[in-house]
Write a protein that binds this ligand. Structure first.
Ligand code: CDP
Length: 227
């Protein structure tokens, strides 16, 4: 499986190829991003980790993620190399992330790092896959390939529940569902870079698709669009 634009080498003019993936929590965008990056040998940036890192840093310092000044300070001093902490995957970190992510100053502080990754993918990769909430709309609006991955909130809650349980966390469906509903609301109604598909994004509904079927659907849609 392949398509014209992403055929293993940089696009014309030496510009890296960029695949921008956005979507709500637990929609499958992270798994798809990893699969596409491996398939095309591109570098991958999970931008949610940056916001989770900022949220956790604020919590660690005893601050409130809704406090714009505290969140901005944490974003400016974020250590991008230290984002593999297991605490980042917790529901608490996700909720803190979506609070700090609503502050325009936090988003501004993380902008250059994300754009640099897309412009100069690490390891000399010919392209980059970035996944998040505003990659196609704000970070890389010129990306030739934009995917918006979504699924029903119930299907996403089931998936997140399984992920949390697999990581050993005690979680119940009703609480996970409520958390996603609140996060969806915060992410799509904020004024700074709200979650929404770019006008030219390919929308993939993964409610009834597993990871393999989602990957196949993405490749098929990209091929038929020739992006
Ligand atoms: O893994 P999951 O989809 O639950 O969330 P994530 O991608 O790790 O993102 C956590 C939170 O960070 C989201 O709820 C967003 O509020 C925020 N975020 C954002 O605003 N912009 C991004 N590019 C990525 C994440």
């Amino acid at each position: 499986m392949s398509n014209d634009r992403h055929q293993g080498s940089a696009r014309g003019g030496g510009q890296p190829a960029v695949i921008a993936i956005d979507g709500p929590a637990a929609s499958g965008k992270g798994t798809l991003a990893k699969r596409l990056a491996a398939h095309f040998r591109y570098a991958h940036l999970d931008t949610g980790k940056l916001y989770r890192g900022v949220g956790v840093a604020v919590l660690r310092s005893g601050g409130d993620p809704s406090d714009a000044a505290a969140a901005e300070r944490a974003a400016r001093s974020l250590d991008a190399a230290g984002l593999d902490d297991a605490r980042l995957r917790t529901a608490e970190a996700g909720a803190a992330a979506s609070k700090v992510a609503a502050h325009p100053g936090v988003r501004a502080a993380l902008l250059a790092l994300q754009r640099d990754f897309a412009r100069r993918p690490p390891g000399g990769a010919a392209g980059a896959v970035l996944d998040g909430r505003d990659i196609g709309t704000v970070i890389c609006p010129d990306a030739p390939t934009k995917l918006f991955v979504t699924a029903s909130v119930e299907a996403r809650a089931e998936r997140r529940l399984k992920e949390l349980q697999a990581s050993g966390a005690a979680a119940i469906y009703a609480a996970v569902l409520q958390d996603l509903i609140e996060r969806d609301h915060r992410d799509s109604t904020r004024s700074a870079a709200p979650l929404k598909p770019a006008e030219d994004a390919i929308v993939l509904d993964t409610t009834h698709l597993d990871a393999d079927a989602t990957f196949a659907a993405a490749i098929a849609a990209m091929t038929s669009r020739n992006t």
